[in-house]
Design a protein around this ligand. Structure first.
Ligand code: SF4
Length: 248
């Protein structure tokens, strides 16, 4: 008598095979990176800048703000205050007025003036090249330091973890949770060092174009066969702008 044919559903298969091994996850991550690269070989940092100081300031301004909006204010700021010593001597209110569209402008202006003052006094206006020195500057955390080192100096000090990297790494099943430091540590273990800098640019670009926060476009996503969240993310209802402003 012929044996009974049973069909394995993906859920049953997952149960049977158990959690993904570290080795398999590393291999899947590298496949994801290869596909992202293939589809967007030119993914780069979208913050407009011409030198490490400008990138540092632009990255401080990018907190809770889109890169496009940051790019609308930085040309004015950098033209008026080209060097660290100029920003250090600037009137705080003038910096505030220029950067106002980026939000949280009072805190950001203080950070910019504070960081520029340390750079002018301690580093002769030159942005240092170590994570330890960078995170000592006012308003500069690990994320900003990693951006500056990776993009301006091509030093792979870590993996930049912003909202896009957090969202996509979770959806792709590479990490769990929202803690940026823990996400970075996990990603570092999954990625070869030569991919640390590019990985963030690739994920950020994919997050903007395809794997959007509110409604990911899984139907056109070239990663959908490697992604455990494919076609499973519930689209979030859009929050009206007026409500968003009130919530701040
Ligand atoms: S398949 Fe969907 S959830 Fe997964 S990375 Fe692509 S767009 Fe995002």
């Amino acid at each position: 008598m012929a044996g009974k044919i049973t069909r394995k559903t993906p859920a049953k298969q997952a149960k049977r095979s158990g959690p993904e091994s570290a080795l398999k996850k590393r291999a899947r991550t590298q496949r994801i990176v290869a596909l992202l690269r293939e589809n967007d070989p030119d993914a780069v940092c979208a913050l407009w800048h011409e030198n490490p100081l400008q990138l540092l300031i632009a990255t401080i301004l990018s907190a809770q703000c889109t890169d496009e909006r940051v790019n609308t204010v930085t040309p004015v700021l950098f033209e008026r205050y080209p060097q660290a010593k100029d920003l250090a001597a600037a009137d705080l209110e003038d910096i505030e007025q220029i950067i106002r569209p980026t939000g949280f402008f009072r805190n950001k202006a203080k950070s910019i003036k504070g960081a520029a003052t340390v750079l002018a006094e301690k580093y002769n206006g030159v942005v240092p090249q170590t994570l330890e020195e960078l995170v000592e500057l006012p308003g500069v955390g690990r994320k900003t330091a990693n951006v500056v080192l990776g993009v301006a100096y091509e030093i792979a000090s870590g993996v930049v973890v912003d909202t896009h990297v957090t969202r996509l790494s979770n959806r792709l099943g590479l990490v769990e949770g929202e803690n940026a430091v823990q996400i970075e540590q996990k990603l570092i273990l999954l990625l070869p060092k030569e991919d640390w800098i590019a990985f963030s640019h690739l994920l950020i670009t994919h997050g903007r174009q395809v794997c959007k926060a509110i409604r990911p476009r899984c139907e056109i996503c070239f990663l959908n066969k490697l992604c455990p969240s494919a076609f499973k993310v519930q689209p979030k209802p859009r929050v009206p702008k007026a409500t968003r402003r009130k919530a701040r």
